[in-house]
Design a protein. Structure first.
Length: 218
């Protein structure tokens, strides 16, 4: 079982399901040749995929195109179903930085065949997490910068303001379709600038006022 790490709190919370939003930044959708979605595109990652800042991402041997995706991650602090605006806001009780590691060659192959993306998104070490900043310590203002560098070179540089679907709308949409529970995490999508990494590369990811994570590829 994997547990969340919090800033300024020793609370023990097991990680539940990780619900991920695809194509939530228009420029990222365009860079991969995808249409801008009319509603959130949802997929899941299991908690067993989680590693933490400072741990290494293991490059699967069956893929030749491992990509990074830096994302704002929402921590769900109480159970919620069919949330309205206020309930969705209250359910979001913290934030962290996450990397949604993706096997892009497998994803493209599955998409062409009309098959699920699951094995392109779910593999050991496919989700890197930083410490969760609780909302009582920091309230998201919606303009935070989000960035990622590989070996010191900036690759992603955007703002959470560029999301197509903001956090409250995401929680409302998901909770209308599945119960969100304490310990669940929502990856809110990545901006443009995604790319390939190989063993030996070092990744630094940052979201302004939220935190940072470091990992390397082995």
């Amino acid at each position: 079982m994997k547990y969340l790490k919090f800033k300024n709190s020793d609370e023990q919370v097991a990680i539940g399901k990780m619900v991920c939003v695809g194509r939530n930044y228009a420029a990222h959708a365009k860079e991969l040749g995808n249409e801008i979605p009319e509603f959130p595109i949802i997929f899941l990652k299991p908690a067993s995929n989680v590693i933490y800042s400072g741990d290494a991402v293991i490059h699967p041997s069956y893929s030749n195109e491992l990509h990074y995706e830096c994302e704002l991650v929402l921590y769900i602090g109480n159970d919620v179903k069919n949330a309205n605006d206020k309930e969705a806001e209250n359910a979001i009780q913290g934030f962290t930085v996450g990397l949604d590691m993706t096997l892009r060659d497998l994803q493209n192959e599955y998409r062409k065949k009309g098959e699920p993306w699951t094995l392109a998104k779910c593999f050991d070490t496919a989700a890197v997490l930083g410490e969760v900043v609780l909302k009582k310590d920091y309230k998201l203002n919606g303009t935070e910068k989000i960035s990622l560098s590989v070996n010191g070179a900036t690759k992603q540089n955007s703002s959470v303001a560029n999301m197509i679907f903001p956090p409250v709308e995401i929680v409302k949409y998901i909770s209308a379709r599945m119960m969100l529970e304490k310990g669940d995490l929502i990856f809110t999508g990545t901006p443009e600038g995604v790319g390939k990494v190989v063993p030996g590369d070092k990744i630094d990811a940052l979201i302004e006022n939220i935190g940072s994570i470091k990992t390397n590829i082995i």
